[in-house]
Design a protein around this ligand. Structure first.
Ligand SMILES: NC(=O)C1=CN([C@@H]2O[C@H](COP(=O)(O)OP(=O)(O)OC[C@H]3O[C@@H](n4cnc5c(N)ncnc54)[C@H](O)[C@@H]3O)[C@@H](O)[C@H]2O)C=CC1
Ligand SMILES: O=C([O-])CC(=O)C(=O)O
Length: 345
């Protein structure tokens, strides 16, 4: 017999132990959108109590205090505790899930290397704090740019955190690709699935629809067949997804925040609670050499998740067009990796 969720609510099932979630950069715009989503259960489920640890830096300490005040004022039933701090050790203590949003943004006149250098030192320090103070099976999601390379640095400097626990966000790009197909075909976004984002969370990423489908009248049809316009799929669709972040900045004069926060919730939710049967999602994960991608990069792959573990989807056919684009974005990650290492010296 199916469980009646209302009955469970009314009778009050045994409450779960709280999960401690760290958000770095919590006083920033993604942080502000993300904390209420987590506190409402969008990340770990509607019956999962949460303790939030929010970290930011000294100049943002007052704003962070304000976010904590608002969390108290919102009286979220799932929220069992809030720590707002500028102390990285206090922030990392006992953390089960770490969402790394804090970072140094590029400013006018700064070279790519200057930004990389700042972020490398932030991620190196935070890696050590996580390694020493977080729960041993802590799951880490890096959102801050350059997301793949920040995640790689974090992995390098937290060697006792299993490498499979360190990931970066490309789910926003994945969701953007679903959104573009849904708009083009005038179907609901929930009926589109199995797009893939390969590679870097940057404009070299490769949004691939070759295995994507749309469910119509109970049956699944390939996106390519329904769109029936390879020229659009191989050019405008790809550049629209690659450049969506820049388009949002142009429109809002600020970078995407609500969609980034929502996608971060999707990423962790699917990782922890599992992907639906027959559906994969995109996650930036440590490459094991699948699809000929050099091991030792954090690269976005199609993955399925079960029991808190992700697995790269294997055996997908890759044509010449895709191969070139997958290698091109891998090459950019190799260059970012060597730039990051040069900043460490
Ligand atoms: N992977 C993805 O899909 C996306 C990534 N991003 C990236 O996410 C990051 C955050 O974006 P926003 O929230 O819009 O930026 P923001 O500038 O509004 O917030 C960043 C926050 O990080 C804090 N911060 C800086 N250094 C820190 C440190 N060492 N420890 C803790 N906190 C620190 C800042 O004080 C600030 O409050 C940026 O790097 C942005 O490029 C943004 C959108 C999508
Ligand atoms: O483009 C940016 O700076 C922000 C970002 O990563 C995105 O929106 O995908």
């Amino acid at each position: 017999m199916a469980t009646d969720p209302l009955r469970v609510l009314v009778t009050g099932a045994a409450e779960k132990e709280p999960v401690t979630v760290l958000i770095t950069g919590a006083a920033g715009q993604i942080g502000y959108a993300l904390v209420p989503m987590i506190a409402r259960g969008a990340m770990l489920g509607p019956d999962q109590p949460i303790i939030l640890h929010m970290l930011d830096i000294e100049p943002a300490a007052e704003a962070l205090k304000g976010v904590k005040m608002e969390l108290i004022d919102a009286a979220f039933p799932l929220l069992k505790g809030v720590v707002a701090t500028t102390d990285v050790v206090e922030a990392c203590k006992g953390v089960n899930v770490a969402v790394m949003v804090g970072g140094f943004p590029r400013k006018e006149g700064m070279e790519r290397k200057d930004v990389m250098s700042k972020n490398v030192s932030i991620y190196k320090a935070q890696a050590s704090a996580l390694e020493q103070h977080a729960a041993p099976d802590c799951k880490v999601l890096v959102v801050a740019n350059p997301a793949n390379t920040n995640a790689l640095i974090l992995k390098e400097f937290a060697p006792s955190i299993p490498e499979k626990n360190i990931t970066c966000l490309t789910r926003l790009d994945h969701n953007r690709a679903l959104g573009q197909i849904s708009e083009r075909l005038n179907v609901h976004v929930g009926d589109v699935k199995n797009v893939i984002i390969w590679g870097n969370h940057s404009s070299t990423q490769y949004p691939d629809v070759n295995h994507a489908t749309v469910t119509t009248n109970g049956s699944q049809k390939p996106v390519r067949e329904l769109v029936a316009d390879d020229k659009w799929l191989n050019s405008e669709f790809i550049t629209t997804v690659q450049q969506r972040g820049a388009a949002i900045i142009k429109a809002r004069k600020l970078s995407s925040a609500l969609s980034a926060a929502s996608s971060a919730c999707d990423h962790i939710r699917d990782w922890v609670l599992g992907t639906p049967k027959g559906t994969w999602v995109s996650m930036g994960v440590y490459s094991d050499g699948s699809y000929g991608i050099q091991p030792g990069l954090i690269y976005s792959f199609p993955v399925t998740c079960e029991k808190g573990e992700w697995k790269i989807v294997q055996g997908l056919k890759i044509d010449q067009f895709s191969r070139e684009k997958m290698d091109n974005t891998a090459q950019e990650l190799i260059e970012e990796k060597s730039l990051a290492y040069s900043c460490l010296n």
